[in-house]
Write a protein that binds this ligand. Structure first.
Ligand code: SF4
Ligand code: SF4
Length: 401
């Protein structure tokens, strides 16, 4: 296993982090024994960064058990403070205390504000989040302070500049170089000595499931034979600004494959030929996308609040081997305000035309947004919204069950 250094504290973190969002299941419930074996063997193989969240179902409670018998001391543990359940400042401390109890630990090494965008960022600020974080750090309950991010680049830079963060977590993969924080955000954070943790390196499985034949042909022509997952992970590790790449792992073969790939995936280790092959693959995927949006955000902001690149990103994922039910749920959750954030979905488009001339890809944006709306804002998504809300609100602030 290789390790990369966190600039502000000198921690050496494994380049592969264990994402504990989707633990293995048996008959609809988490298979706790299998999860324990998977996580402990990954730690034995050198992984020392484990990521969970209040919102990941039973994950925190199970991790608390898995990390007994000396395993807690071998890892840096990351978990997240959800904005969705907060109504008053005291709720933040209630949640943190519940998390410490579930995780059976007296401190969280890496504590993140979960899923920042312009609206959750404002909510955290209005609640006085920094006062809470500083107090929690002084008391030793949390050590490093960071945030995970799903908003636009301008907001990302604003957040980066607003506080002395130790680390941040962004979505990044070879298809999403320009989506959300993107490469520019990655480099901006790194230039401020902020460690960058990467999520979605395989774009929720889009880059590894149902590989299009044209893409498979290119992979097969490479001198080195590697799986699509290994190529995608290596592409991310190739960036020197990246500290840890999180992989949500729940299959023994995938864990072994990812650990093996991480052994020699040094920054800058892909050859110019390999990088140009990845670029070729990206272009094939782009051609196969329903809307050839690169996520550049030149069309933003929309005066009516539509998050144009995110709408197209969900739409493309929906049509490209993404899990359709999950994609609908996430679209409802993130863009339709299922949890109370400001809605920014495609149906808000008023066809004002302001964005059209700004798009370098010449995408007929309002027309395509109508298609997104038909596909993702219809009754199938609407019936999911109460379920999403129920799932989230079922969690109590001090949930320690
Ligand atoms: S055409 Fe639609 S998406 Fe574009 S700026 Fe106007 S309202 Fe926003
Ligand atoms: S300007 Fe065009 S390519 Fe860029 S994000 Fe907007 S729709 Fe996508």
């Amino acid at each position: 296993m290789q390790y990369r250094q966190v600039p502000k504290n000198g921690d050496l973190l494994s380049v592969l982090g264990f994402g504990a969002m989707r633990l293995p299941t048996k008959r609809g419930r988490i298979d706790e024994e299998r999860a324990k074996n998977q996580i402990r063997s990954a730690i034995d193989a050198g992984i020392n960064y484990i990521d969970t969240a209040f919102m990941y179902g039973e994950s925190e409670r199970i991790l608390g058990q898995v990390l007994q018998d000396g395993y807690r001391e071998k890892v840096k543990l990351a978990t997240k403070l959800p904005p969705w359940h907060l109504q008053k400042p005291e709720d933040m401390e209630t949640i943190l205390n519940g998390q410490l109890k579930k995780l059976q630990t007296d401190h969280i090494d890496y504590y993140l504000l979960h899923a920042l965008d312009s609206s959750t960022w404002k909510k955290f600020q209005d609640l006085g989040v920094f006062e809470f974080l500083e107090k929690a750090r002084e008391s030793g309950k949390i050590i490093n302070i960071g945030f995970s991010f799903h908003g636009d680049r301008k907001t990302f830079k604003e957040i980066i500049d607003a506080y002395d963060w130790g680390f941040c977590q962004i979505q990044y993969n070879f298809l999403d170089e320009d989506i959300q924080a993107g490469k520019e955000g990655l480099q901006y954070a790194a230039s401020k000595d902020i460690a960058v943790i990467i999520m979605e390196p395989l774009r929720g499985g889009v880059l590894t499931r149902k590989i299009p034949s044209e893409v498979a042909k290119i992979y097969n022509s490479a001198d080195k034979k590697r799986s699509p997952a290994e190529w995608a992970l290596r592409w991310v590790w190739n960036h020197p600004e990246v500290t840890v790449v999180l992989s949500g792992m729940n299959d023994e073969a995938h864990i072994a494959e990812n650990i093996a790939a991480s052994e020699d995936a040094f920054a800058g280790s892909l050859t110019p030929e390999e990088l140009s092959m990845m670029n070729e693959i990206k272009n094939v995927y782009r051609k196969l996308m329903k809307v050839s949006c690169t996520g550049c955000s030149y069309c933003m902001p929309c005066p009516f609040g539509v998050n144009i690149p995110e709408c197209f990103s969900f739409y493309n994922t929906y049509h490209m081997a993404g899990n359709r039910l999950v994609t609908r749920g996430m679209y409802g959750f993130r863009l339709m305000g299922a949890m109370g954030g400001t809605p920014s979905h495609a149906s808000l488009c008023k066809n004002c035309g302001k964005c059209v001339s700004l798009c370098p890809q010449h995408i007929p944006i309002p027309g395509e947004l109508k298609n997104v709306s038909k596909t993702l804002s219809g009754w199938r998504t609407k019936i999911l919204l109460p379920l999403v809300k129920m799932m989230f609100s079922r969690k109590k602030l001090d949930d320690s069950a």
